[in-house]
Ligand binder design. Structure first.
Ligand SMILES: [Zn+2]
Length: 167
């Protein structure tokens, strides 16, 4: 798929608006989604390092910078309504983890893409604001999860492919 096709699909599926969780802008479901449906597609310029807030990791030393309609406002939740599934080109799709109603904020767990936070990551400094009962207080990367949580994520393959294919 081209970047234009991806952006068009995301615009059909979502709207951008202000998050109720003090996250700034976020994506809202434009329609109802059934569990398992593709909600959004990620795409962007490939870079070799993590950047505060914006970059998304798809392999070791491989991250991308999404634009507005290719994932820029993907926010974190400790109890997210989508999970990550890598496409054949390594870029992630966000898949509905449960039925999602029109108007709901779309979020995923940053631990599904980010192996660990580097020093300049803002995520290390801020508290999580997801507001869910499962909130861990901090925004976790994959490395912050317990071994049990990591194994479950890998077995379910609800994360970037590199996290379950590399030793
Ligand atoms: Zn949280």
């Amino acid at each position: 798929m081209t970047e234009a096709q991806i952006a068009l699909q995301n615009r059909k599926n979502t709207l951008v608006g202000k998050s109720s969780h003090k996250y700034g802008l976020t994506f809202f479901a434009r329609k109802n989604f059934k569990k398992g449906e593709v909600v959004m597609l990620g795409f962007g310029k490939i870079i070799d390092h993590q950047t505060p807030h914006v970059s998304v990791q798809i392999a070791c030393n491989k991250h991308f910078l999404p634009k507005k309609w290719t994932g820029k406002y993907w926010n974190h939740s400790c109890n997210p309504n989508t999970h990550v599934k890598s496409r054949s080109d390594e870029f992630p799709n966000l898949i509905a983890s449960r039925n999602i109603k029109k108007g709901e904020e779309i979020n995923y767990g940053y631990w599904m893409t980010e192996f660990m936070w580097t020093q300049n990551a803002d995520e290390l400094k801020v508290r999580c604001k997801c507001g869910t009962k499962k909130c861990k207080g901090k925004i976790f990367s994959f490395s912050n999860l317990t071994e049990q949580e990591r194994e479950k994520l890998k077995n379910d393959r609800f994360c970037s492919k590199y996290l379950y294919t590399q030793p």
